[in-house]
Design a binder for this molecule. Structure first.
Ligand code: HQG
Length: 176
């Protein structure tokens, strides 16, 4: 497949695996999995095409295990991904934009429509995440202090760190 077709199919897959499975008549199990053959049929594409997207996807957004597929993170539908609580690195990063900063610094990071706040392991990734919305601003999360204070972190199969929320006292703006 051409790159642009991989991206296009990936966007359709994300939409149904994260946000709107019902639109295609699909039901995700409690951990977000759906039978791969059923998914392929519902999308009206070939199994090989779906597997090519799983393989080539730039952020490894999908997992295929035992004939089932799910998105590794990013859901807005209710799922329990069953990821173990994991000790985070000392610092994690969150990419956002300046217009959200006053609210974030007052209320902390909130998951908004998703299940968890998404945190990046590197500044570079956080810059990319923030850039989706405009001029990126990177926040440094004092993950070591949060963990020491009993906050739980999980990491998705594709390396995205997840937390239910980040209170403002663990945040500072990265000044470059
Ligand atoms: C902001 C993409 C106001 C937050 C990315 C973000 C990521 C607040 C937006 C993944 C706030 C939510 C997730 C508060 C947070 N007040 N705004 N208290 N707390 N926000 O899309 O992190 O390509 O749900 O800064 O690469 O941008 O889809 O989260 O700007 O990994 O795989 O509210 O989605 O991955 O936006 O992105 P999102 P996100 P995929």
């Amino acid at each position: 497949m051409q790159e642009k077709d991989v991206t296009r199919l990936s966007k359709r897959m994300s939409k149904h695996l994260r946000h709107d499975p019902g639109r295609l008549g699909l039901t995700l199990d409690p951990a977000g999995w759906v039978d791969l053959d059923e998914f392929v049929r519902a999308l009206g594409v070939s199994r090989a095409q779906v597997l090519e997207v799983v393989e080539r996807n730039d952020k490894k957004r999908y997992e295929v295990v035992d004939g089932r597929i799910r998105a590794s993170q990013g859901h807005t539908v209710a799922v329990e991904l069953d990821l173990p609580v994991t000790e985070p690195p000392a610092e994690l990063y969150h990419g956002t934009v300046g217009r959200f900063l006053p609210d974030i610094l007052r209320d902390g990071l909130r998951p908004m429509a998703r299940h968890d706040v998404h945190l990046s392991a590197t500044v570079e990734t956080a810059v990319r995440v923030g850039s989706r919305r405009g001029k990126p601003v990177v926040l440094v999360v004092d993950a070591a202090a949060m963990a020491a204070d009993g906050h739980e972190f999980r990491v998705s199969a594709n390396g995205v760190w997840l937390a239910p929320a980040v209170p403002p006292n663990y945040l500072r703006e990265l000044v470059s």
